[in-house]
Design a protein around this ligand. Structure first.
Ligand code: HEC
Ligand code: HEC
Ligand code: HEC
Length: 433
């Protein structure tokens, strides 16, 4: 009896494995030659250029010292290091042999032309939501405008069995919700356009949604905030930590300029999202993203609380007569205040640090990164630079400034393990880009 049961279970196991094998098998799609890429209308190519930047294709497919789109950009994951592929139309090592159909399958199903399953470090679990028209426009752009460069692919550093591509089919089955975007009739057209862009092409959730132990986004915690490359990607839900409520126009400003008066500057991994990414989208699309985000965060257009909170924080920004007694206050006054004190400068993009996201988030990482390495023009507001203090301030001094800002200016409970985090980020951050 027991033996039969066991045989039964074995049979089911084998059928399951065969079923999985059938599911996992993807046939190759015939290679094409470079004269079969097609001639595309300039409007389509231009549309594709804008979409490709809003999907950060170049950011992930260009190595730090490499040619644009030629791949080998290193991505550190919890499982090992992966290298992006060559996305130029090179015939041997790029995607020159991809037909439009093969390109669509890669974007929608995460399968390469030869039928191999791709790793989800390539965010096809978001690109799957894109329309065929949008994917085809990106294809037209890459085939027309990107110079073909042959490269040698750096092998991935993944332990066995994670390096086995067919197992990715199982990941897909468990976690990827493959299929095009479906509009939600309870919301406006603009909201749906924003959702289409955010959940698909611009994949905001890839950084702002926490992941499970197997690296898949937790759909039940969409935009709940997550850690990426030792930066904190804040919650884009009602749990957003900003002391000043966001409005739809703040989101618009943040996505176009990388800054708002009251929240902060798009630094770290958010820098390229703005500056190499979404800011080129047509204004209607940025408006749509802002409307969608405002709804997710629960923001209204003009929040009456904004001005009160800002004024209260600016009042705290006055020199404290006792400041010499506290190391953090003293260092802040000498190292930071010349730029960050003066209330009038807020409109010139020197954020008031009491209401800045960096001091209000529940991890100190973003603040510490900025103090250590500053911010340069491509990251923040154009034309202004925040100097780095890596060489000028010791760990103890940075810890003291951060603790002072958190307590006296933001009025928030102390960060646990602050000193350890400063020491860790000085040595281990920022992650290699
Ligand atoms: C977050 C990083 C990231 C972004 C953003 C990204 N990719 Fe990729 N992409 C990868 C990685 C990593 C791979 C390789 C995956 C693998 O080896 O399984 C890849 C593979 C691909 C492939 C398969 C090509 C091949 O030869 O195997 C295509 C096609 C592709 N990406 C297109 C795009 C396009 C188009 C965009 C922009 C809309 C884009 N990718 C944005 C990381 C990214
Ligand atoms: C590559 C990772 C990554 C992607 C993709 C990404 N973000 Fe971010 N985002 C971050 C990080 C990290 C921060 C914190 C930056 C800082 O504080 O300087 C951030 C900050 C933000 C903030 C400021 C929040 C606050 O409370 O201060 C907003 C708003 C935001 N992102 C919206 C978006 C939207 C919308 C998208 C998609 C269009 C997006 N992000 C895509 C990593 C990312
Ligand atoms: C020379 C002027 C100057 C000094 C000195 C300076 N800052 Fe800044 N800081 C800036 C500017 C300008 C920005 C906006 C940068 C941008 O948009 O590129 C900024 C941005 C910031 C941000 C915003 C980061 C974000 O993600 O929103 C923080 C936090 C910050 N500074 C903290 C400090 C601290 C702490 C000190 C002292 C250790 C300091 N700054 C010293 C000019 C300065």
């Amino acid at each position: 009896m027991l033996k039969n049961l066991f045989l039964g279970a074995l049979a089911i196991g084998v059928t399951g494995a065969v079923g999985f094998g059938v599911y996992a098998y993807k046939s190759p799609i015939a290679a094409i030659t470079s004269d079969q890429h097609g001639d595309f209308e300039p409007e389509l190519v231009e549309k594709g250029r804008v979409l490709a930047s809003a999907g950060y294709c170049a950011t992930c497919h260009t190595a730090s010292d490499g040619e644009p789109y030629a791949g080998n950009y290193a991505m550190q994951t919890g499982f090992g290091t992966l290298y992006s592929t060559n996305l130029t139309p090179a015939m041997e090592t790029g995607i020159g042999s991809y037909s439009a159909e093969a390109f669509r399958r890669a974007m929608h199903e995460g399968v390469d032309r030869e039928g191999r399953h791709l790793f989800p470090a390539f965010p096809y679990d978001h690109f799957t939501k894109m329309t065929d028209e949008d994917v085809d426009a990106i294809y037209a752009y890459i085939m027309t405008e990107v110079a073909p460069i042959e490269t040698v692919q750096t092998p991935n550093e993944l332990p066995f069995p994670l390096d086995q591509r067919f197992l990715q089919a199982g990941w897909k089955l468990l976690f990827a919700d493959l299929g095009r975007f479906e509009p939600d009739s309870d919301h406006s057209e603009a909201w749906n356009r924003g959702a289409y862009l955010a959940e698909g092409l611009t994949h905001c959730g890839a950084c702002h949604t926490p992941r499970n132990a197997l690296g898949a986004e937790k759909t039940s915690e969409q935009y709940a905030g997550a850690q990426i490359d030792r930066w904190s990607a804040p919650a884009l839900t009602a749990a957003n930590a900003s002391s000043v409520p966001w409005t739809a126009s703040d989101f618009k400003s943040y996505l176009v300029k990388g800054t708002t008066n009251y929240h902060g500057v798009a630094a770290g991994p958010m820098g390229p999202v703005v500056h190499e990414g979404v800011r080129d989208l047509p204004e209607d699309d940025i408006d749509a993203l802002a409307i969608y985000l405002a709804d997710k965060v629960g923001a209204t257009e003009d929040d009456p609380a904004q001005s009160e909170i800002v004024l209260a924080s600016l009042r705290k920004n006055q020199p404290d007569p006792q400041y010499r007694r506290d190391l953090g206050a003293r260092l802040y006054a000498t190292a930071c205040a010349s730029c960050h004190y003066n209330t009038a400068l807020i409109s010139q993009g020197r954020p008031d640090l009491g209401i800045n996201s960096a001091t209000n988030l529940d991890t100190p990482n973003n603040l510490i990164h900025v103090i250590l390495d500053g911010m340069n023009a491509p990251e923040g507001i154009s034309g202004v630079v925040m100097p780095g203090f890596r060489d000028a301030l010791s760990d103890t001094e940075i810890t003291a400034i951060a603790a002072y800002l958190r307590d006296k200016r933001a009025g928030q409970p102390a960060w646990p393990n602050l000193a350890e985090t400063v020491a860790d980020l000085r040595v281990n951050g920022p992650a290699a880009h």
